[in-house]
Design a protein around this ligand. Structure first.
Ligand code: ADQ
Length: 541
């Protein structure tokens, strides 16, 4: 890769998310080990973090009795406030476990998750959870300020550090980061991205502290959502809750003497990585039956019960599919210590049993149900070899499974994607068949149509879907974020977001970067070349 191919942020990036891009786990001897996470977010922002010599702030996935406990491969004499991580690139947030539980399981998952998915009946509103949420966000804000202080001082607007706060766990942090940065005369730009839907005003206002949430988010210079609908909901709430002056057409909100940009930034997937996986993955399914595939976290927003009922209706209404078609549902366990999720598992187990009991023949079972995590190879093989991808959440910010399914559809003729209009993916993947998960009868007709679709129509639809996802992949998403922040450096003023490429960074590269040992306070890094073509900062270490 040449310098000219590379794009970077104009300043260092600090990513702030509930979780660090790895978890700390204890091995059988009780020693701490780091285990990398392979999520899309990590793949997307890793190149920008590395190129800008940036940092990551987040919870390391474990509560340490002694937050200074070193991990074995580090220098035990080096006591730092990074929970033993000893890295210059990571700020690990540590909290009292009871407070963390109240913030994370209480406010984030029992209040914001259902409320923002427009399921207010499932939401609980407790003052003590809210207090913990406020405290936790303050803690994240303090750690982010420490991270900001550790960066070399910036010289002007062009190399201002960029702080990127993620998701519904941290909707208050930005305002405190801004205030503390101003007090310390530290310059920075602040951006926020919400991975789940932003609800309409009549739902949002049910939350007793909704004003505070908006004020927290408006601490940013730019607030991003997956789709325009969520942006408009947010703008509407700012106007109606806080009385802000807003511009709906240009998605702008005036607050505290500043203008905050609101932008739709639909997330993508590492498309080429999924194509490669699909090309290499050995066949896992040995069957002549057509497979309808569902892949989800076991969560009530994903519409799994409705999906099973639609499949049952399909077998009732269209018995020609009996012994010819199976539903393969892969559900990854999620929030297993929460009663609602345990109840959902129980309901799914019973429903699978009942439908299988009703339709199974000596040579065939209608539903194959895997409750667990599958490897990326296996997942790619399932996506590739299925006739129908069934993505029918009741509500979903985007839904990456729909995108991964089309990336892996490399066989000719390809399969068919069915997607819910209540997922962000349903808004953007126009050539998929749209299916309202609440209309069980209608949904069974859509599945039948997908199973019977002629080859040429399947090819046409899948070609369009794949082309779009390839163009709008996860790197495009990161570049769009940088561009929306005014922090995208390109070779040429004429370059648009799509025409610049990101350097490929493997998870191992990123893991190694994050493990870099703590050094004395850094000086300003040297740049290669003049400001105009100073695309990569030369790391000091
Ligand atoms: P999630 O609610 O987790 O994400 P989704 O976008 O579907 O939902 O991502 C799930 C990921 O988990 C996919 O990458 C998928 O491959 C993986 N996965 C699911 N089941 C699996 C299994 N059994 N084994 C292995 N892997 C499995 C939140 C929001 C979404 C939004 C994303 C990204 O709720 O709406 O799309 O963030 O912004």
């Amino acid at each position: 890769m040449t310098l000219a191919d590379v794009v970077a942020s104009t300043g260092s990036m600090i990513v702030v998310s509930n979780r660090l891009p790895f978890v700390l786990v204890r091995d059988k001897d009780g020693n701490l080990k780091r285990k990398a996470s392979a999520g899309g977010l990590v793949t997307a922002v890793a190149p920008v973090v590395i190129n800008g010599n940036g940092l990551w702030v987040g919870w390391p996935g474990i509560h340490l009795n002694d937050p200074t406990e070193p991990i074995p491969e580090s220098d035990p004499n080096d006591i730092t406030p990074t929970a033993g991580l000893k890295s210059d690139k990571v700020v690990a947030v540590q909290m009292d476990p009871v407070m963390f539980d109240s913030y994370y399981n209480g406010c984030c998952n029992a209040t914001f998750w259902p409320l923002f998915h427009s399921m207010p009946d499932r939401a609980t509103f407790k003052g003590e959870h809210w207090k913990s949420y406020v405290k936790a966000n303050k803690e994240f804000a303090d750690c982010t300020i420490k991270a900001l202080e550790s960066l070399p001082p910036c010289t002007g607007n062009n190399d201002m550090p960029l702080i990127w706060v993620h998701d519904y766990h941290l909707m208050l942090a930005a305002n405190w980061i801004r205030q503390a940065a101003e007090e310390r005369e530290l310059k920075c730009k602040l951006g926020f991205f919400l991975h789940i839907p932003f609800p309409p005003w009549d739902i949002f206002r049910l939350f007793p502290w909704s004003d505070e949430i908006l004020q927290g988010m408006l601490g940013c210079d730019m607030v991003g959502f997956h789709i325009t609908d969520y942006c408009l909901n947010f703008v509407d709430c700012c106007q109606r809750n806080l009385g802000c002056r807003v511009d709906r057409k240009n998605l702008l909100v005036e607050h505290g003497g500043r203008t905050v940009r609101v932008r739709p930034l639909p997330i993508g997937i590492p498309f080429e990585r999924f194509v490669e996986l699909a090309e290499k993955a050995p066949r896992v399914l040995s069957t002549n039956q057509k497979i309808i595939l569902g892949v989800d976290r076991l969560d009530y927003t994903k519409g799994l019960v409705h999906r099973l009922r639609s499949f049952e209706k399909l077998l009732e209404k269209y018995p020609e599919h009996i012994e010819k078609v199976s539903l393969l549902q892969i559900s990854v366990p999620s929030r297993t210590d929460v009663k609602e999720y345990q109840d959902l598992k129980e309901e799914m187990d019973q429903l699978v049993g009942r439908i299988n009991g009703r339709f199974t023949t000596p040579n065939w079972s209608p539903i194959r149900y895997i409750y667990g995590c599958v490897s990326q190879d296996e997942l790619a093989a399932f996506y590739r070899d299925s006739a129908v991808g069934l993505v029918t959440p009741l509500r979903d910010g985007m839904n990456l499974v729909a995108k991964e399914f089309v990336a892996c559809q490399i066989n000719i003729p390809p399969g068919v994607l069915i997607v819910s209009p209540f997922a962000g993916a349903g808004e953007t993947m126009h050539e998929a068949l749209i299916c309202n998960p609440y209309e069980i009868d209608d949904a069974s007709d859509v599945i039948h149509r997908a199973l019977m679709m002629p080859e040429d129509e399947r090819i046409l639809r899948m070609n369009y879907l794949r082309r779009r996802e390839k163009l709008n992949d996860v790197n495009y998403w990161t570049k769009s974020f940088l561009s929306a922040m005014g922090s995208l450096v390109t070779q040429d003023e004429q370059d648009d977001v799509g025409s610049v490429t990101m350097p490929a960074v493997t998870l191992d590269d990123f893991d190694e970067y994050l493990a870099k040992p703590k050094l004395p306070r850094r000086q300003k890094p040297e740049c290669e070349g003049t400001r105009r073509n100073c695309l990569i900062r030369k790391p000091l270490n």
